[in-house]
Write a protein that binds this ligand. Structure first.
Ligand SMILES: [Zn+2]
Length: 265
């Protein structure tokens, strides 16, 4: 059976049977992979505790057919992110990142840029105080990388652009179309949420800027409030369900509790 090696991040891990573990990884070279670690709970030495959530490792695995579960041979620890594990608030943030990746990614679809994004955001979470801006930025980037980037330059119905729309008394984001909707066209739209031109511009920029320059752009208070009302709902709309970890985040931290109060038209 061929042996492979790739960088990986543990996004889910479940006990299986008497002594095994079934672990889901997001890998640099193969996208989302599920594997079985035989005897992982008996032989701690062989896996060196590298199968816990958030762990960044070099994964060695056997894969016969390029489908289904791989057989995890071993793992070399690269980063453990210890500060995430000891802070409940960081755990909630991290769980949200992992769940979002797990839900959006199909198995064995290669997305190295998603791997880089997740690694960068976990490194920041380990190093810095968690802030709601990071959640929203992660959502913007994930939508963009999976082909759901909101189209915010034109009205999705009449195609008029920012130059013209700056005089509109109100603008909306359509959850259904994933586009901006102008004041005039809003009477034809459904599932519309208010958005300002400033927020539309900000999200559009945040979706495109190089990952290494992401920390150079900052949310305004209005962009953060509007993004909070729009992005998690747009993701739920795309996935057909709300993420479980978002409920945990919302209940625990008042900073995101306003989600519940934002009202769709
Ligand atoms: Zn329009």
């Amino acid at each position: 059976m061929p042996l492979f090696s790739t960088q990986a991040i543990v996004i889910r891990s479940l006990n299986y049977g008497e002594s095994d573990k079934i672990t889901t990884f997001f890998t640099k070279d193969f996208g989302k992979l599920k594997g079985i670690a035989k005897g992982a709970r008996r032989s701690k030495k062989r896996f060196q505790n590298v199968l816990g959530l958030f762990t960044h490792l070099r994964l060695i695995f056997f894969d016969r057919e390029g489908m289904g579960l791989v057989r995890i041979e071993s793992g070399d620890l690269l980063h453990l992110f210890p500060k995430i594990r000891e802070d409940l608030r960081k755990i909630y943030y991290g769980n949200y990142y992992l769940e979002l990746v797990n839900e959006m990614a199909g198995e064995r679809e290669r997305h190295p840029e998603v791997f880089d994004l997740l690694l960068t955001f976990l490194e920041d979470l380990d190093r810095l105080e968690p802030g709601e801006e990071q959640l929203r930025m992660f959502e913007i980037r994930m939508l963009s990388l999976f082909g759901y980037r909101p189209h915010l330059i034109h009205c999705g119905l009449c195609q008029r652009n920012w130059e013209v729309l700056r005089d509109d008394p109100s603008l909306f984001f359509s959850l259904e179309k994933g586009t901006l909707i102008c004041h005039r066209c809003s009477r034809y739209g459904e599932k519309l949420l208010p958005i300002s031109l400033g927020t539309a511009r900000f999200i559009d920029q945040a979706a495109q800027i190089e990952l290494s320059k992401l920390n150079r752009i900052k949310f305004t208070a209005q962009a953060l409030t509007e993004s909070r009302a729009i992005l998690p709902r747009f993701i739920a709309h795309q996935l057909g369900k709300e993420l479980k970890s978002l409920k945990g985040l919302r209940e625990t931290f008042s900073s995101v509790s306003k989600l519940e109060n934002s009202n769709a038209k």
